[in-house]
Design a protein around this ligand. Structure first.
Ligand code: SF4
Ligand code: SF4
Length: 396
């Protein structure tokens, strides 16, 4: 046996800091390696993400493989299988926080944080354009005394031209069901999910407090999100706002409207549809039922499952702040996902997350796939509205 003789830099303070930052959550790790085997990076890299080694390095007080710490997509797959229930995503975020404190973050990530600070969005877009997508829709300012829900569109659906189509589809569905809803317009606060996932916990606390102050001021009750990322961060990472604050992902809300006969989908859509569960919906928040309720209600649509579905979904690769980092061709999980959809002979791969749409459509483009389309579930439901949807088709 040969021994690796490369010197390592021991950081005596690291473990204590890590214990403090992660509240001791990494301590139970006993190095079984199940997490490394479960991690999807092993599907696309000859040199997989060794989650086990990262945990061990932190236990011993050194931060080796710093590049690897930025690979985690926060997909949660490893946590499902970890026999010691180590909250691995939290540990990665803690390690990222230590790298921020040591000024060892990848170039470019500071731009994301500064954009949240200056622009109220991580996309470096002007705050004055936040509602540009809604021109002509005559959206109302939220009033808790008269609106059933606050519709929270989020930064990606507000600024990304592809995701804006999803926002418009949701507005049309709510109107078709006669739901009274309001928005915060240009005052809508960034939820801070990008900040949280990139590991800058102190700044995330500031962003969350700012948003909390706004929600409390307007006495928000039901808040419906477009993105599972906003939904997850409000539900699981915000300090308790008040007892009536209830974040809901739009798939749950729309499914409720269908089940309550407020929304009728009667337009035929003769397609084979397979559903890609976003990690933060299908796995982390165990919401696999509502998206399928919507799809199975669409007349003439045939819903088929891919091998990796529900809580065992395959990550698209866009979470955990990875949207702000380059992933080289050949290492994109979404390529594998598109191949899975092709293998089950789907016409449409549906999803319910703006970041999944972006990753899946990038893969469709780079793989030269023409027979498969990516649609958000809201767009599919909009198409199935019948006559109404024919007047306002989904943008391709
Ligand atoms: S699966 Fe859990 S216990 Fe096993 S190496 Fe990974 S973190 Fe440690
Ligand atoms: S959360 Fe996902 S990407 Fe991150 S280490 Fe676990 S399995 Fe890998």
């Amino acid at each position: 046996m040969t021994v690796d003789q490369r010197p390592i830099e021991i950081d005596d303070a690291l473990w204590e800091e890590l214990i403090e930052i992660t509240d001791g959550k990494a301590a139970p790790c006993f190095q079984c390696g199940v997490c490394t085997a479960a991690c999807p990076w092993g599907l696309v890299r000859g040199d997989p993400l060794s989650v086990r080694s990262i945990m061990r390095g932190a236990q011993l007080g050194f931060l080796e493989a710093q590049e690897a710490i930025w690979l985690c997509t926060a997909c949660g797959q490893c946590e499902i299988y970890c026999p010691r229930e180590v909250p691995i995503v939290d540990v990665f975020q803690g390690l990222r926080q230590l790298l921020w404190e040591r000024r060892k973050t990848p170039a470019g990530l500071t731009t994301v944080l500064w954009s949240v600070y200056w622009n109220n969005n991580p996309l470096s877009q002007p705050p004055s354009q936040r509602m540009g997508w809604a021109e002509g829709l005559d959206l109302q300012a939220y009033d808790s005394s008269k609106h059933e829900i606050l519709m929270y569109f989020g930064c990606t659906a507000s600024y990304d031209s592809r995701a804006q189509s999803v926002a418009r589809a949701i507005v049309q569905l709510l109107r078709a069901a006669d739901v009274s809803f309001g928005t915060l317009g240009e005052e809508e606060p960034c939820c801070g999910e990008a900040v949280l996932r990139l590991g800058h916990s102190p700044y995330f606390q500031d962003v969350a407090q700012h948003a909390t102050d706004i929600f409390e001021k307007i006495k928000v009750g039901k808040l419906v999100t477009v993105s599972p990322h906003c939904f997850d961060v409000f539900k699981n990472h915000y300090p308790h706002i008040n007892e009536s604050f209830k974040p809901i992902h739009y798939t749950e809300y729309i499914a409720g409207l269908i089940e309550g006969n407020r929304l009728i989908l009667e337009g035929s859509l003769s397609s084979k549809i397979t559903y890609h569960d976003p990690c933060l919906l299908g796995r982390v928040n165990e919401s696999t039922h509502y998206p399928r309720v919507i799809l199975e209600t669409v007349p003439d649509a045939r819903v088929i499952e891919m091998p990796q579905s529900g809580p065992d979904t395959l990550c698209c690769g866009g979470g955990g702040g990875r949207m702000w980092m380059e992933t080289p061709p050949g290492e994109r999980f979404s390529d594998l996902r598109i191949q899975e959809a092709l293998d089950v002979d789907a016409d449409i791969i549906a999803t319910a997350c703006p970041l999944c749409i972006s990753c899946l459509e990038d893969s469709i483009g780079s793989m030269g796939v023409t027979k498969l389309k990516v649609h958000d579930i809201a767009e599919i439901a909009q198409m199935a509205l019948g006559e109404v949807s024919k007047n306002d088709p989904v943008e391709e």
